[in-house]
Design a protein around this ligand. Structure first.
Ligand code: SF4
Length: 293
């Protein structure tokens, strides 16, 4: 395939086994883990867990990525699309409340084929937020829950940490499209069945950025139309050591100040315990559930 799936629009040739372009991933989906996961927000994880499918490689490539073993170092194994669909059903058989596609953007073509027939549980598109509208439109009706990050309002920080100065406007347009597709959040028995939940991970020294993101969310989406999740789990990881200002854990005071701002704005949603940062949030990337048992 000639790939223009994401806003990088590389026009790169991706063959079933060889990758080109910025993400460098082949056409066949490469997976690092498929397992029940309990660390998402409560309406996603529920009691039994979210059926997470971790895709390898990334079209955004943030320097602080907490999943850098798979996103930057591309650990994983390629699978057929028929196997991807089998994995969805294996997770559902294990009790997954939903199928949670983690960083699937560069495999949208494969996911669309695997979702040709609807699944009996909601499909979650769990993304860094850097998406092309054309790709999102192709997913309409296939994805019931969008879980996008909104990482930056500042083009300078987006350029510095993710090499994408267009991120603020591109992700904003993408999130608007996601909310248009899903409509307001629909919960049943405490589980999210449909809707868009916007996440923001507070970076060290990123309080002003977090406030700007929350301002945008509050101004863009009236109460009840989209959820918001403020994440405090940052720990220095990946290439953060090359960026001294983010090469430290988030301070409790930074998390608390951001949480107070969220409350003052009246934004509904989720927060994490200030000081929640632990490497435990990073799952083991060991190919669990990827190859046929
Ligand atoms: S998915 Fe990968 S190859 Fe395709 S446009 Fe994005 S970065 Fe480039």
């Amino acid at each position: 395939m000639i790939c223009n799936l994401c806003p990088r629009r590389c026009g790169a040739l991706r063959t079933p086994t060889a990758g080109e372009g910025l993400c460098g991933m082949p056409e066949a989906p490469v997976l690092a883990r498929a397992a029940l996961h309990h660390w998402e927000e409560p309406p996603i994880s529920g009691k039994r867990g979210s059926g997470t499918v971790f895709f390898s490689g990334c079209s955004l490539g943030c320097v602080f990525c907490q999943n850098e073993a798979i996103s930057h170092r591309r650990f994983g194994t390629p699978i057929a699309i028929s196997r991807l669909r089998e994995i969805f059903y294996e997770l559902i058989d294990q009790g997954a409340h939903n199928i949670n596609l983690v960083n699937p953007t560069h495999y949208a073509h494969a996911v669309l084929q695997a979702l040709e027939h609807p699944l009996p549980v909601p499909v979650v598109w769990n993304t860094g937020g850097y998406e092309r509208l054309e790709t999102l439109r192709a997913l309409e009706g296939k994805v019931q829950i969008y879980l996008p990050d909104y990482k930056y309002r500042s083009p300078e920080r987006a350029a510095r940490y993710s090499g994408a100065s267009d991120y603020p406007e591109t992700a904003a347009a993408a999130i608007r499209e996601m909310v248009r597709q899903t409509g307001p959040m629909v919960l049943e028995d405490g589980l999210l069945k449909r809707g868009t939940l916007i996440r923001h991970l507070i970076l060290p020294g990123g309080l002003q950025e977090a406030k700007a993101v929350m301002d945008w969310v509050a101004a863009s989406f009236p109460a009840g139309t989209a959820g918001f999740s403020l994440m405090s789990q940052y720990i220095p990881w990946g290439r953060a050591g090359e960026y001294p200002e983010i090469n430290r854990p988030l301070r409790r005071s930074e998390a608390r100040a951001a949480q107070a701002y969220m409350a003052a704005l009246g934004l509904e949603g989720f927060t994490q315990e200030a000081g929640a940062a632990e490497a435990d949030y990073i799952p083991p990337f060991d190919l669990s559930g990827v190859e046929k048992g």
